[in-house]
Design a protein around this ligand. Structure first.
Ligand code: WTA
Length: 635
């Protein structure tokens, strides 16, 4: 068990060292892992070219560090506890030895299918243990995994498969999610009508749904993986070899494949997990995210397993069969460290606290929050009802691109301030800049959040388009990584993240680009143009509000029309991106150069019809009155 920071004083010392001598600092952390060959150079970096390399020339395999390394000391310790969607079904526990065997079997099966180092493998799966095993199996072979959240549509899946040319897709017949069953294989079949690159589909039987197996392409999971050897010599990877691609949304219509490395990601995922949650041996840790998002990658799979922890995976949703499900699981598995999203807390807060109080939550020691700003009301509810005022809440700020938590309290060490992600982890140098790019060095300032120096788990590129990586993250403020978030710093240097300052909206902790949703809406033949913005939503954090201009003479019912528009979004992105409100308008507020003034739409969406700020640059100021008259349909 590696040493943790154990006092606020020590945090300050460690932070100082990390800034004064980052190479020495990170080298010491990296030395705690097993490498086939030591690195020649700790870090080299050129932010202008978006080029960063950590532990250059080092060779390793992350799965040896997450699994094999623990076999001598704790082969029989539970590594993964899986809790199924339906509480009356049996949970499953897999020891480190068992996970190791399962991973090796899948790695052997994949190799037999021709998967090699550097190949891309797409995983479109329910939250079952096989998803974790398969993710690690890719890493063991050196194949690059691209996990696509199983709530994305066939079209969105096809785009992601094609963008990085996955030749294999791992999926299941279906997924249980609360009271629903989602037919995943059918979605894959539709997607594959548009993906010539895919050679093989391997299908897990999770739900017993009859599926069509396409001759020569589709195979059953057990047929390929079950009879394989439980040993597989891990591929020796260069520290900078890509470990995975994960698609996320940005300002433009096309999601980008954020690319992470092997060595740096490993070091940071483990270090941040151990220190933020103050993980102690034998703690049972549960992160409620889905592996389809970065939180699941870094803090269900890699961080906890690298630290030798027991990590819980949950297939279901917080409110099925009732709003006590999370707390029932906490009691059942005696969870010590619990990590969830504000949107889940707000959803559960709406129910009676009886759902909480009928469970014994005395095992809990640390609570975590991730994915969006946590409002003070939710923070206090969580602190009081779940943590019984004795568990610190770690409000962890980070992004798909950052690979790991960058700003967060260390549990029980950093003094808490509700609503504040607080202080940077050692090695992380946040900077607040004004709109002109000037660094604001004082406290009590507000601006855009950037990060000054490289950290080991930062993104290395956007798949197939390095220019895009440069221009999105490193051009806005030269010499710095730009996060896209707004932020303020209080008198004590504490950071509060206020939300996105770009055209990204965060709905229930899921990121969407407004352009991405607009593109889907514009696919409807009767839509001329649309503008999508986020508006404050009590549970989701942000809801999706679409202003839509339709063909003149379009006389159908608005209700029907809005349903068709929603269907387009479901078809192109998935049900997770359904607009909450659609307003039919005859024009949009545009500047003379044709740019939509979203600031005005955001105010109108909040019901603020008077204080719209400066509208003098509008091409047609009368458009505002016509928008106000537009018919609003609430989904
Ligand atoms: C937001 C999720 C406030 C932020 C790990 C960021 C947060 C985006 C927090 C990244 C937090 C994440 N407080 N905002 N603690 N954590 N965010 O890529 O806007 O899905 O840019 O990564 O979520 O979302 P992503």
């Amino acid at each position: 068990m590696l040493r943790k920071i154990d006092s606020f004083e020590q945090y300050k010392t460690e932070y100082k060292t990390s800034v004064e001598n980052p190479e020495k600092f990170w080298e010491e952390k990296a030395e705690q892992f097993e490498w086939h060959r030591k690195w020649a150079n700790v870090v080299s970096c050129n932010f202008n070219e978006a080029e960063t390399r950590w532990f250059e020339n080092g060779k390793l395999n992350i799965t040896e560090n997450a699994l094999d390394r623990h076999l001598t000391t704790q082969a029989n310790k539970p590594a993964i506890i899986w809790e199924p969607n339906n509480p009356s079904d049996q949970h499953k526990t897999f020891t480190y030895k068992e996970v190791h065997s399962e991973v090796c079997k899948i790695a052997n099966g994949l190799r037999n299918l021709g998967v090699k180092k550097g190949d891309r493998v797409c995983l479109y799966m329910p939250m079952v243990p096989e998803l974790a095993f398969a993710t690690l199996a890719c890493a063991r072979i050196g194949a690059i995994h691209s996990v696509v959240f199983a709530g994305f549509s066939a079209k969105a899946l096809a785009d992601r498969i094609n963008d990085c040319s996955c030749k294999i897709i791992l999926t299941a017949d279906g997924a249980f999610r609360g009271s629903k069953t989602i037919e995943l294989k059918k979605i894959v079949d539709t997607a594959l009508n548009h993906c010539e690159v895919v050679e093989r589909t391997v299908v897990l039987n999770r739900c017993g749904i009859p599926v069509q197996l396409k001759e020569g392409r589709d195979l059953w999971w057990e047929q390929i993986f079950d009879n394989q050897s439980a040993e597989f010599t891990a591929e020796s990877m260069d520290s900078e070899d890509p470990l995975f691609i994960l698609y996320t949304s940005g300002s433009t219509g096309k999601p980008k494949g954020v690319q992470h490395s092997s060595g740096g990601y490993m070091v940071y995922a483990e270090y941040s997990f151990r220190n933020v949650f103050q993980y102690e041996e034998d703690d049972i840790y549960w992160c409620t995210a889905d592996i389809g998002w970065i939180t699941g990658h870094s803090y269900i799979i890699y961080g906890p397993l690298l630290a030798g922890a027991t990590t819980v995976m949950f297939e279901g949703v917080p409110t099925f069969p009732n709003a006590g499900r999370f707390w029932e699981i906490c009691e059942k598995h005696k969870i010590n460290l619990f990590y969830t999203a504000p949107t889940a807390i707000r959803a559960l807060q709406a129910y009676s606290t009886d759902f909480v109080n009928r469970h014994n939550l005395s095992s809990l020691k640390v609570l975590g929050s991730v994915g969006e700003p946590i409002n003070e009301e939710a923070w206090h509810w969580y602190h009081k009802n779940i943590g019984k005022e004795k568990c610190p809440i770690v409000d962890t700020w980070w992004q798909t691109e950052t690979g790991g938590i960058l700003i967060s309290p260390l549990a029980g060490i950093t003094p808490l301030k509700p609503g504040y992600a607080s202080l940077p982890l050692p090695g992380i140098q946040p900077v607040i800049v004004d709109s002109l790019g000037n660094e604001l060095t004082e406290n009590e300032v507000e601006g855009n959040l950037c990060i000054k120096r490289p950290w080991p788990s930062m993104l290395r590129s956007t798949w197939g388009d390095h220019e895009r990586c440069k221009s999105t993250y490193f051009k806005t403020y030269p010499g710095m990584y730009f996060t896209g978030d707004g932020c303020n710093r209080d008198i004590n240097g504490y950071y509060r993240i206020t939300g996105r300052v770009d055209d990204v909206i965060n709905v229930s902790g899921h990121r969407f680009g407004t352009a991405e949703i607009e593109n889907a809406i514009n696919e409807h033949p009767d839509v001329i143009e649309s503008a999508v913005i986020g508006f404050p939503h009590d549970i989701k954090g942000q809801g999706i509000y679409a202003f839509v201009i339709t063909q003149p003479g379009e006389t159908g019912s608005n209700d029907l029309f809005s349903k068709e528009i929603i269907e387009k979004v479901v078809e192109f992105i998935g049900p997770i991106a359904k607009p909450d409100k659609i307003q039919f308008v005859s024009g949009l507020p545009k500047t003379r150069s044709g740019k939509i003034m979203r600031r005005i739409l955001r105010k109108l969406a909040k019901g603020n019809h008077h204080d719209l700020g400066d509208t003098s640059t509008l091409l047609d100021p009368n458009v505002i009155d016509s928008i106000k008259l537009g018919i609003l349909i609430e989904a």
